[in-house]
Ligand binder design. Structure first.
Ligand code: ASP
Length: 350
């Protein structure tokens, strides 16, 4: 096992040549959280335990893989930044380009895990496994879930069946696709689900089983490159929500602020209150891309064609929630200035 901050590295266990070589990139989160008291699962500080300590809590890792560890960040993932996304994706691509690394595990906070996972799903340029994991209970808690999640994530990253499946999330014994997975509980240990489609498979006691494959293009099959977002070149894209009595005030403020895109988390099948809809139609007229997602949490948003999307200039988000739709919209805008029809194709494809 080797450990490093983003700039240095060191050895933990003597490498075993037959084992897969897995890089563990730590970014913080509750999995690296600590509280004063073992009975406290909510009052803790995220991202304070280093990657060396996380790995030391799981001695069985040394039987699964030769681990190279890096501390990429130590944050609460609620504070994830676009700059850190760029750094992380570039680091993943660099490590995977090396013959010395067979797969990557990323430890992350649960709050924005689904966004980071989808970003990597679209921008990693390798078929080697990339697996995110996290925890709902801090490392200091009774029945902390982090160590087993970490062990399972390494099992998945080290398994040949994980090749070519895009970015995966291993959490609470299940394996999810980055595109499908969402956080669905504020406190339960079973906090991640893939609504409508279900998990890809499961992992238990070192046994990894996939029940289906990921069919939409990802990683090496996308047109997106993280390099397009380097040097703060992320296009400004924000999210608004439709609800009873909503006004267009926020949309008008965003337009004034110069955003390039707005994702709207609509009601039901992405329907939008008439006041908000007029604000968004006016935004389209100013050249801003508007994508319709849903606040519902499962299902997809159908393209409305002539009835509204075509008439108003909106794009529908398919099955992506608003947060993932924002990731895709940012990448698509960073890659160029697609016309609305081309943008709809992007959302229908990915
Ligand atoms: N706030 C924490 C984070 O996202 C929550 C967690 O990891 O469960 O970093």
């Amino acid at each position: 096992m080797t450990t490093s901050s983003s700039s240095s590295s060191a050895s933990h266990n003597a490498p075993h040549s037959a084992l897969p070589r897995i890089a563990v990139l730590a970014t913080g989160g509750t999995i690296a959280g600590s509280a004063q008291d073992a009975t406290s699962t909510a009052g803790y500080q995220a991202g304070v335990v280093g990657v060396g300590q996380l790995l030391a809590a799981v001695p069985a890792l040394s039987t699964l893989a030769n681990i190279h560890a890096e501390q990429v960040a130590s944050i609460d993932s609620k504070d994830m930044s676009l700059a850190l996304w760029t750094t992380l994706a570039q680091r993943v691509n660099k490590l995977l380009a090396s013959d010395d690394i067979d797969g990557i595990v990323i430890t992350h906070g649960t709050d924005t895990l689904e966004e980071t996972a989808y970003l990597l799903h679209l921008t990693v340029k390798s078929a080697k496994p990339v697996v995110l994991t996290a925890a709902m209970r801090p490392s200091s808690a009774l029945s902390a879930d982090g160590p087993l999640n970490l062990l399972n994530a390494v099992s998945v990253a080290a398994h040949r069946a994980a090749h070519g499946q895009g970015v995966l999330v291993a959490f609470n014994n299940r394996i999810h696709s980055a595109r499908d997975v969402v956080k669905t509980s504020t406190f339960a240990v079973d906090a991640f689900q893939s609504p409508e489609v279900g998990a890809l498979g499961w992992v238990q006691d070192g046994r990894v089983e996939f029940q289906r494959r990921v069919v939409r293009p990802h990683t090496t099959a996308t047109e997106f490159a993280i390099e397009a977002t380097a040097n703060d070149a992320w296009p400004a894209v924000e999210i608004v929500t439709s609800y009873a009595g909503v006004t267009r005030v926020m949309v008008d403020a965003l337009v004034k602020d110069g955003v390039r895109g707005i994702v709207v988390a609509g009601t039901g099948n992405g329907s939008i209150h008439v006041s908000l809809q007029q604000g968004l139609a006016d935004a389209v007229a100013q050249g801003i891309a508007v994508v319709r997602a849903s606040r519902v949490g499962s299902g997809h948003v159908m393209h409305n064609g002539a009835a509204s999307d075509d008439a108003l200039g909106f794009v529908s988000a398919n099955a992506l929630n608003a947060y993932k739709a924002r990731v895709l919209l940012m990448l698509a805008l960073a890659a160029g200035n697609p016309a609305r029809a081309a943008l709809q194709d992007v959302f229908d494809l990915y």
